[in-house]
Design a protein around this ligand. Sequence first.
Ligand code: PDD
Length: 284
Amino acid sequence: MSRIVYVNGEFVAEENAVVSVFDRGFLFADAVYEVSSVLEGKLIDNDAHLKRLRRSLGELRIPSPATDEEIIRVQHELIDRNQLQEGLIYLQATRGCADRDFAFPANPSAGLVMFSQAKTLIEAPQARQGIAIITVPDIRWKRRDIKTVGLLAQVMAKQAAKDAGVSDAWMVEDGFVTEGSSNNAFIVDANGKLITRHLGNEILPGITRASVLELVEQENIVFEERSFTVDEAMNASEAFITSATTFVWPVVEIDGVKIGTGKPGVFAPKLREFYLKNSLARAE
Ligand code: PDD
């Protein structure tokens, strides 16, 4: 059975799904996206993802392609039609189609594409084993708080990681870690304090990051939102990443330097378990 995807108001078999060559998402990366994970056929943290989508659209003045209710209906229909138990729903909203011109079209009609992707999330081996990463210069634009599909810097970062035989890359600017190529970066210092970069235009406000910090606060774990250096990360007792598709994965090696014992510590696996329990209880 071929996958059913959603393209501008219609559910179609993936081999018949097409978008226009004039779509501004294609021509200018004039589009935003969201990725919501699916566990047990339910959407995780979806309300927060849709809230961030609204913000991204607003910052770029892209017209809303659908209401939240319509988007949620399509998300569930994709889950049902594709019998998705575990994986993700990808959503991309573009400024629509028009002859190529940098400035906004006069009467834009926003485009909306959504599809499901099956993926093993809970039993991902990286969660158990941890991942090795490299660091790369952060060469992205200055509005990284907007979740745009302009992801070429991250494509290059992930490929550099692959070429180096590791799983991912953390991006570095002015000596400080900004975030992972598709995730937020955390470290735990020698006193057990959790540190992750403060929000701002320099990083994406991760939904998983926010949920994890909420749990951390509830548990009275000490944490600080501030920049940290690669050196600090290398000397941390633990490091980890968060995102919709990884939840929490330990980072056990940075640029060939082992973090802590070089094995996942206690903190990240516990947070992952805690996050999964909590988010599943809230899943819709
Ligand atoms: N990426 N930072 C960046 C640059 C990201 O691309 C992502 C997510 C995150 C984590 O955000 P969240 O917790 O809301 O998933 C942080 C998604 C998963 C992707 O591009 O596939």
